[in-house]
Design a protein around this ligand. Structure first.
Ligand code: PGA
Length: 254
């Protein structure tokens, strides 16, 4: 049973679309319709797709057998006086089954700490959401030879409170590759994904946690990145905002 589960999650590639602060409700509906139509014309075999629209576009009717819905953020409390925040049950109420945590824009622009990200990650998992936890180093940290300590620290802080890892996915997104057009080299990705895999095994003894790559993924580089060891899928920003380029990335996973 466990090995069937393992085979299934590692054979299937997880392709996630982070729309960030883009798309009105009408635009979101049109884009998802175009993606689903594209998947009916050319099905995505052995691929799992999750889309993270902005909150205002979240709508259970957009989820389907082809596409799961996720939210770009969540607050780690059931309800209460948390102005501007959103709970796991509110997200589930609008059809979300996934949430993103630890995205570098939340770490570096919104000032979220690794400890707070860990709280959100554990809370969301305990409340029935699957989580993509993003980790990644800045260019400065890489140049100062801090790659390993930054990534290990982000992983340890985030995993500290987690009891059940079965719905956790990690996305390695080097900050310098996000939205910049600078994709990490195949050697960089192979090296970091092996480091992350090894560290996950060491600290939680689990080997079924999928590791995605994110950062300037495009139809032109998706096939090559997906062939790298320990790359179990992709987290796509800019190239997920048009049906054509996103579908080309999804089909690159076949
Ligand atoms: P990008 O964004 O594909 O536009 O680089 C990726 C992300 O931020 O998740």
């Amino acid at each position: 049973m466990f090995s069937t589960f393992l085979t299934e999650i590692f054979v299937k590639k997880l392709i996630a679309a982070n729309w960030k602060m883009h798309k009105t409700r009408a635009e979101a509906r049109d884009l998802i319709k175009d993606i689903v139509d594209g998947l009916h014309t050319k099905p995505a075999i052995n691929t799992e797709i999750v889309i993270f629209p902005p909150y205002t576009a979240l709508d259970a009717s957009l989820a389907s057998s082809e596409i799961a819905l996720g939210a770009q953020n969540v607050y780690p409390a059931e309800q209460g006086a948390f102005t501007g925040e959103i709970s796991t049950s509110m997200l589930q109420d609008v059809g979300c089954t996934w949430v993103l945590t630890g995205h570098s824009e939340r770490r570096h622009i919104l000032g979220e700490s690794s400890i707070f990200i860990g709280k959100k990650t554990a809370f969301a998992l305990e409340h029935g959401l699957s989580v993509i936890l993003c980790i990644g180093e800045t260019l400065e940290e890489r140049e100062m030879d801090l790659l390993q300590s930054v990534l290990y620290g982000q992983i340890e802080d985030a995993l500290y409170d987690i009891k059940d890892f079965s719905h956790l996915v990690i996305a390695y997104e080097p900050v310098w590759a996000i939205g910049t057009g600078k994709v990490a080299s195949a050697d960089d990705i192979r090296f970091v994904h092996a480091l992350v895999r090894g560290h996950l095994q060491k600290i939680c003894g689990k080997n079924h946690i999928r590791i995605l790559y994110g950062g300037s993924v495009k139809p032109e580089n998706a096939t090559e990145i997906l062939k790298i060891d320990n790359v179990n899928g992709l987290l796509v920003g800019g190239a997920s905002l048009q049906a054509g380029s996103f579908l080309n990335i999804v089909h690159a996973a076949q």
